[in-house]
Design a protein around this ligand. Structure first.
Ligand code: PLP
Length: 427
């Protein structure tokens, strides 16, 4: 039998860290990753035949569970007609109609192949449309691996950014200003100082890459007002929150209208897809209707569009998001009760089908609080859960995802595993 260990040994000789995306290597939690052989509903099975209840969901796309027959059959039908055309195809039009109908702030949309492409394109558009160069991002928010986003705060709250990765030129990082998430005063000061040079502000409207941190009341509205006042574009990066926290995304959930929005994950139904869209006057500046260049050999791919459209059909079922939120609540309330019973400092956040677990007594609303939680305890808990057949994100700084395939029994089994894992982690 091929084992996880054998595969990882081979993989490490051939791919950096043995993986094609860093977090999969389990570096932050320690140990070795498992290799998935198949996935169905709420579960993954590794190559050794072990089953896991999965709360990662391919990092977000699998909101209806893995291998949903409606999505799979749509892909099978599309594949019969060829894999890629390089010409326009009907499914792209249906996709654009669907997105613009579900997200009122979007008049026009451009399909791309990943969330990273979507965010890189959106800031190019913001710069091209405003004629300004500076971008504002928030500490702890992730927008893919574009050079402009691999930047952290320099010393002092309002300094220009510094690269977080070799290979990102300092001159590039200088154009990204970073500010603390959920701190409207800090953003206001930043705009007071640099407002006339800021092209756009990009934010995860619910932060999902520093664990899960919802915006404080009025925070997104405040950012909207700042951007409007200073003539900068408000970009909601809804790669994670789009079609996840509500059918209309975080912008519908919080009632705030951005100028541009980026998507990924769910709109691809598990295929490599991203999109960006927004106001017509802005989107018309994209080539070929306007001068701002952006393109893609495989963009709007017919198989990917079929998967995404099938997914978007499923999530429009009446009551879908109410049920998803109720399941998520069952999980987070249950975990809180288990931790309280075991006397372990613990708190949770949740919005729709997205959640965060923190080993701290505080309600977490900032990056500083998230990083102050007990990550060593999380890592032990993670491995305890994995042993018991529950797969949480292999890092204390990632959000978790519930799907409509997670049954009440799955949640009950997860809570049972958590009791054992918390006891073992504490000891
Ligand atoms: N934006 C956000 C909010 C994300 O969570 C991610 C990926 O996790 C990205 C952008 C990048 O998307 P991709 O990994 O598809 O390039």
């Amino acid at each position: 039998m091929t084992t996880n260990h054998d595969l990882f040994q081979r993989a490490q000789q051939l791919m950096p860290g043995g993986v094609n995306s860093p977090v999969r290597a389990f570096k932050s939690v320690g140990g070795e990753p498992f290799f998935t052989a198949r996935a169905d509903g709420a579960y993954l099975w590794d190559v050794e035949g072990k089953r896991y209840i999965d709360y990662v969901g391919s990092w977000g796309p699998m909101i209806v569970g893995h291998n949903h027959p409606h999505v799979r059959e749509a892909v099978e039908r599309a594949v019969k007609n060829g894999l890629s055309y390089g010409t326009p195809c009907p499914a792209e039009v249906t996709m654009a109609e669907t997105i613009t109908r579900l997200i009122p702030s979007i008049d026009m949309v451009r399909m791309v192949n990943s969330g990273t492409e979507a965010t890189m394109s959106a800031i190019r558009l913001a710069r091209g449309a405003t004629g300004r160069n500076l971008i504002v991002k928030f500490e702890g928010c992730y927008h893919g691996h574009g050079d402009s986003f691999l930047v952290k705060a320099g010393s002092g709250a309002l300094t220009f950014g510094v690269p977080t990765s070799p290979g990102v030129p300092k001159a590039n990082a200088d154009l990204t200003l970073t500010v603390a998430y959920n701190d409207l005063d800090a953003a206001t000061r930043l705009f007071d100082e640099h407002g006339r040079d800021i092209a756009g502000l990009i934010i995860e409207p619910v932060a999902g890459n520093m664990n899960c941190i919802p915006p404080k009341d009025g925070y997104l509205q405040g950012l909207r007002e700042l951007c409007t006042k200073h003539g900068a574009l408000l970009i909601f990066d809804e790669v994670m929150t789009g079609f996840r926290v509500a059918l209309g995304g975080a912008q519908a959930y919080y009632g705030v209208t951005p100028d541009l929005t980026t998507f990924g994950k769910i709109i691809g139904g598990g295929m490599p897809v991203g999109a960006y869209g927004g106001r017509r006057d802005l989107m018309q500046q994209i080539a070929p209707s306007g001068p701002i260049y952006q393109a893609g050999t495989l963009s709007g791919n017919p198989v990917a569009m079929a998967a995404g459209l099938a997914m978007l059909e499923l999530i429009q079922a009446p009551g879908f998001y109410d049920q998803l939120a109720a399941r998520t609540r069952l999980l987070t309330d249950g975990l809180q009760a288990v931790a309280d019973g075991e006397g372990i400092p613990f708190s949770t956040n949740r919005v729709g089908g997205m959640f965060g677990l923190f080993f701290t007594r505080e309600k977490v609303a900032s990056y500083a609080q998230a990083t102050a939680a007990d990550t060593a305890l999380f890592n032990r808990f993670f491995h305890g859960m994995l042993e018991r057949g529950v797969y949480l994100a292999p890092s204390a700084f990632e959000a978790g995802f519930v799907s409509s395939a997670h049954s009440e029994q799955d949640i009950a089994d997860t809570l049972e595993a958590a009791r054992g894992a918390m006891r073992a982690a504490r000891a």
